[in-house]
Design a protein. Sequence first.
Lengths: 108, 119
Amino acid sequence: SSELTQDPAVSVALGQTVRITCLGDSLRSYYAIWYQQKPGQAPVVVIYDKNKRPSGIPDRFSGSSSGNRASLTIAGAQAEDEADYYCNSRDSSGNHWVFGGGTKLTVL
Amino acid sequence: EVQLVESGGGLVQPGRSLRLSCTASGFTFGHYAMSWIRQAPGKGLEWVGFIRSTTFGGTTEYAASLKGRFTISRDDSKNIAYLHMNSLKTEDTAVYYCTRDRLSSLDYWGQGTLVTVSS
């Protein structure tokens, strides 16, 4: 299968911890990458190689995976974390990229 | 500083063709694969295809849904990647992003260029 599935929307109270999940068969073979996209902006990588953060990404962002499930955790969500989050990985063939449908995170 | 700048978007009639360009700077362009991603208005991200580095043959892969209408090429002497789009349909309306494609992630993205397919 070449699909990645995400919950369409998740909400979190300011300062609380939230987990965004991604399901897909390809995640058994390839790490998920997580992107944050704010309105009118290009996506930005927040997690790659399972749990690595690019320079400039706060350490409240972390990633994990098990079997066909990958998760992005934001510990102590901030107002500026309100955005769309997309998971991404190679498909099962390894030759194509596939994206999840995205999760809209609302910080209350 | 890595920069990717897309250009060539605009309004085009259904059935026509369009070529998008992605001009890269701040890194050794020829050493990297480049991917194109699109995002229809209000929708999610969709991978279009990529072109491997010349070191790896400069070969290409595409999303099956595009059925051969789209072609990616590169000119390493100019640091430019191209997306050639043929037989455009209204559903191809989207912002098109070029990205630097590391095996581990699409680590840098351009600001995107809007393609509107409409009569």
